[in-house]
Design a protein around this ligand. Structure first.
Ligand SMILES: Cc1cc2nc3c(=O)[nH]c(=O)nc-3n(C[C@H](O)[C@H](O)[C@H](O)COP(=O)(O)OP(=O)(O)OC[C@H]3O[C@@H](n4cnc5c(N)ncnc54)[C@H](O)[C@@H]3O)c2cc1C
Length: 381
């Protein structure tokens, strides 16, 4: 497989790196410490074409693919995972629109995202239904030409800032198959009965907005349904098959950023009259980090490359997401170790990277769920 980037792809990577290096450092610590969602950064990124780069041109995008979005994701997360997460998740849910939306829905919901006028979310998780998506109980009952939605969602990214959400609801509770009982419905946040409550004190990615959502007799027209009733579970599985590739790129980016910081520190810090980088124990840590990053990057790029060729492979996506997530967590931990006590203190970025990394092993399918997908494919269960 040839991973030589085209001139266009190199330019995209360079532009993303310049944007992140120019905009992030000044606000990264403040957004983390104050749990501040940088809305104006989203607008800026959209104006420069980074948001929705993979959407078709007729819907405001640039018609690029998964690989180009991976390059941007990697560069953003390399400089600051919290802000990277804000920008990459600004369109969380757009793949649902792209996959199952009508032309009218795509125009209405994708274009504002690319202009930075709107942010989107996806609401799946509930207090009692996380990994087990089919256990979701938020109910959408038909009433005339509307759905009436009741229930709660939790841990929803962009919960208090999004203009609309792709919400998975129970619509066909009597279907004998628990995987055929749900549907995905678009819900605008200005609908009466909708409420969002921001969650505080997250371990990491604190710039990212996370909230509980409450639906109390929220009325939406039937035309807000994506695709057909009863397909919601499978629609979201297909959705994650795509979005998890970019979560893998988040892992590669944070690992790369952590390693670069560790190298810079190790070359500078002296103990026993020598730089840390002259100790073999430290050299081996760097060698291991670099090797894992290379392996993770190859997995993520291969998953993206195949997806761009129309050959989405859920086993490969799961491998990329799991392995790159673990790579991010391990690299951030080793970067703290190389910084010693200073790495434990907030003034050094690696402290934040260490906290930020863990989310990659949890959201959009925990690492255990990814391993279930991989092993089921291999064992045929
Ligand atoms: C910051 C943040 C942002 C998020 N953003 C969103 C969002 O935008 N939209 C959304 O819908 N959700 C979001 N989530 C929720 C996230 O996707 C879930 O937390 C995740 O899917 C796990 O669900 P859970 O927390 O209920 O854990 P559980 O499903 O209760 O799992 C707990 C543990 O048990 C393990 N486990 C569960 N089932 C099995 C099994 N069958 N075999 C082996 N191990 C198993 C899990 O891997 C995990 O380690 C977000 C979460 C966080 C923390």
């Amino acid at each position: 497989m040839d991973f030589d980037l085209t001139k266009d792809q190199e330019d995209i990577r360079k532009a993303a790196r310049e944007f992140a290096e120019g905009e992030f450092p000044e606000i990264a610590q403040e957004c983390d410490q104050q749990e501040k969602y940088p809305r104006e950064l989203v607008t800026k990124a959209a104006e420069l074409g980074f948001i929705g780069i993979n959407f078709p041109e007729e819907y405001g995008g640039s018609g690029y693919g998964y690989l180009e979005k991976c390059l941007i994701t990697e560069e953003f997360w390399r400089v600051d995972p919290g802000l990277g997460s804000v920008l990459i998740s600004a369109t969380f849910g757009a793949d649902m629109v792209d996959l199952y939306g009508t032309d009218k829905q795509k125009k209405k919901y994708l274009i504002p995202l690319t202009k930075g006028e709107a942010v989107m979310g996806s609401a799946i998780t509930e207090p009692d239904a996380g990994s087990d998506v089919a256990a979701i109980t938020t109910m959408a009952r038909k009433d005339g030409s509307d759905y009436v939605i009741n229930g709660n969602k939790t841990f929803i990214t962009n919960g208090t800032v999004a203009s609309y959400f792709a919400v998975i609801c129970l619509t066909n509770p009597d279907n004998p198959s628990r995987h055929r009982r749900h549907s995905v419905i678009l819900v605008e946040s200005d609908r009466p009965g909708f409420e969002a409550n921001k969650l505080h004190h997250k371990l990491g990615i604190r710039a990212s907005d996370t909230a509980e959502l409450y639906f109390k007799d929220v009325r939406v027209p039937k035309e807000n349904l994506f695709g057909e009733e009863g397909n919601g579970f499978y629609q979201f599985m297909e959705f994650f098959n795509r979005t998890r590739i970019h979560v893998g790129a988040e892992g590669v980016g944070i690992a790369q950023g952590a390693m670069e910081k560790a190298i810079a520190y190790a070359k500078n810090r002296k103990q026993f009259g020598k730089t840390l980088s002259s100790f073999q124990a430290i050299q081996f840590k760097i060698a291991e980090m670099a090797t894992r990053i290379q392996a993770a990057r190859n997995l993520v790029y291969e998953a993206a490359f195949n997806a761009d060729k129309g050959k989405l492979d859920h086993k490969l996506t799961a491998m990329a997401k799991w392995f790159a997530g673990e790579t991010g967590v391990r690299a951030a931990e080793e970067a703290v170790q190389i910084h010693g006590g200073y790495g434990y203190m907030g003034e050094y970025d690696v402290e934040r990277f260490y906290r930020d990394a863990k989310i990659i092993e949890i959201y959009e399918g925990t690492k255990e769920i990814e391993k279930i997908i991989i092993s089921r494919t291999l064992l045929g269960k």
